[in-house]
Design a protein around this ligand. Sequence first.
Ligand code: PGA
Length: 248
Amino acid sequence: MVKPLVAGNWKMNGLTADLATVREIAAGADTITRQADMMLCLPATLVAPGAEAAGSSALAIGGQDCHAAVSGAHTGDVSAGMLGDAGASAVIVGHSERRQDHGEDDATVLAKARAALAADLTAIVCVGETEAERRAGDAVARVVSQLNGSLPDEGTAGTMIVAYEPVWAIGTGLTPTLDDVAEMHGAIRAHLVAHFGTGEQMRILYGGSVKPGNAVELMGVAEVNGALVGGASLKAADFLGIADAYRA
Ligand code: PGA
């Protein structure tokens, strides 16, 4: 059994006032820890106060991106070690918004994932096809090629998580059919098992328009080991409502 993870991604949202939401989610996380782990990936400015707000609760705090280098002349960037120092235990790398807005390719994502692992952070590596790729019937091939290029060999089930996020499902209210989710997660699992000794236990999250109303069916699909949640993670009731999919 793979213990599921419900992770939120606040993207470029959140001010000090929103730490109240972190506190509310932390309190809720403590009620579900036997069934699922919970995490919030906060903007870099909120990682330290967010970790303090989460305190000793079951809510883990993550970052949303890191530079591949340990330190140096990279104005405006944040290293994995800095995120860890601020209280993060994980970092998202290769989110499609980074791949699109910052031209990050698989090699960049791989380097960032390596940096995360080297800094003792869990790397949440995002992959996902565009709408055009899905229409062309290339979705699985595209995602497998991203896995090949973005996952460091040294990753293990304890240190690396894959998040499958179809680009066209992010922030749109659209989701793939459950059959399509099952096909993709099955293909990702097969890849992980073939390439990693602990591939059987590696978490594969689904992300893209996960809401309280569709969480039960999406989280019920084979090889879906949790969710990466954008918009719906900004409100405690919605995010905890999604985690409820795992309540026994
Ligand atoms: P969404 O975003 O839940 O708002 O669709 C998911 C993500 O980008 O991680």
